[in-house]
Write a protein that binds this ligand. Structure first.
Ligand code: ADP
Ligand code: MG
Length: 349
């Protein structure tokens, strides 16, 4: 093509760079909820309350009673790549105990919404402080009356990126995603009281007293809770250290939608291997297109699992996929067999 038609290679301006980057982290309201709930859990909260409006499109609020932030910390927290969780690459090599560490969530959420952070350190006297970020413009830190802990309100998500906003689905669908996220964190943390509200109506609230059974009761209701059977296995070999949790009776299922929650070393993950293991354990006793409820915790050696298949997704890959599958399948199958819920398909031994 002629030289005068050649596009110029030029640097993007900061605002454009920031908004493109934000789109990678924040795809929809549920991604905001995920980041904020993770921050609350990382902040040692014993109570995390999530409230959303219109599927989260118009507003997301997450409140916790965690360690909180001082005025100075508040200002730093919303900057780009700021974190209190790691200090250099060596920390990553030795392993990170927190859910977050990239230091980009608050900054990027602030770039594509109107966000207010209000916080007071645990144990501090007097008022707390608040800070508003609107489309990346960071305001002044002001004093604000608030309880100890942190409240973050994210309003008008994508107000300044209309193309992205257009891709959001209906309120019901967006809320579904939010509900899935909050449910996973509630199930993974029975010791934390987690609640969810949609348009001022309570969807669920867990007690936070540490029992998985009561958490399942709060999240999925009595019918499901009463149909759950305990899984508790220490498989031989060193592929899987333990498998524990709850799975439902083969007749307590839902159509077309899966309620399979799997956690590996305490983290919510999705893995085709785990899904197949659970479904296969029912040995053909599930009606077509019906899915059981399952909440399973796996402990595996840290070096046998890759959690970084995609940094923002929850997929994991195991070194020994088939070993993991047979261990989980056997654990679930033996729980169901013990209760007489399935028939033994073949002699095992
Ligand atoms: P990351 O979680 O990767 O560190 P974020 O952008 O999510 O990055 O948060 C930046 C920092 O802000 C955190 O490292 C933490 O120090 C602080 N912070 C965020 N949310 C909270 C919260 N709910 N309670 C206390 N501190 C918080
Ligand atoms: Mg974070």
């Amino acid at each position: 093509r002629p030289a005068d038609e050649r596009p110029t290679i030029q640097a993007l301006d900061q605002t454009t760079v920031q908004r493109i980057a934000a789109g990678e982290v924040v795809e929809r309201p549920a991604s905001v909820v995920k980041e904020l709930v993770e921050n609350s859990l990382d902040a040692d909260a014993s109570r995390v309350s999530v409230a959303v409006r219109n599927g989260g499109k118009d507003g997301v609020r997450v409140r916790d009673d965690g360690v909180g932030m001082t005025e100075d910390e508040l200002a730093v927290a919303v900057e780009e790549h700021t974190t209190s969780k790691i200090s250099d690459i060596d920390d990553l090599e030795t392993g990170v105990a927190t859910l977050g560490f990239r230091g980009e969530a608050l900054h990027t959420i602030g770039a594509v919404s109107r966000t207010t952070v209000r916080s007071k350190p645990r144990g501090a006297a007097g008022a707390g402080a608040e800070l508003t970020v609107e489309g990346g413009d960071v305001g002044e830190v002001r004093p604000a009356g608030c309880p100890a802990g942190t409240t973050i309100e994210v309003d008008d998500l994508f107000f300044n990126t209309p193309a992205r906003k257009k891709f959001l689905k209906t309120d019901a669908t967006e809320f579904d995603h939010v509900n899935t996220v909050v449910t996973q964190y509630a199930l993974a943390n029975p010791g934390v009281a987690v609640s969810l509200e949609h348009n001022d109506r309570e969807v669920f609230a867990t007690e936070g007293r540490g029992s998985l059974e009561s958490t399942v009761l709060s999240v999925y209701g009595r019918e499901v809770a009463e149909a759950m059977t305990t899984v508790d296995a220490d498989p031989d070999g060193d592929t899987v250290d333990s498998v524990s949790g709850l799975v439902s009776h083969p007749e307590t299922t839902r159509a077309g939608r899966e309620y399979l929650s799997t956690f590996v070393n305490g983290r919510y993950v999705t893995a085709g291997t785990l899904r197949e293991a659970v479904l296969d354990a029912y040995g053909g006793q599930l009606a077509p297109d019906r899915y059981p409820f399952a909440v399973l915790f796996l402990d595996v050696p840290a070096n046998s699992v890759d959690v970084n298949v995609h940094p923002r997704k929850m997929e994991v890959r195991f070194d020994d996929e088939s070993g993991v599958k047979s261990a989980v399948e056997a654990a679930v199958e033996s729980a169901l067999l013990d209760e007489g819920l399935i028939r033994s398909s073949a002699p095992r031994g």
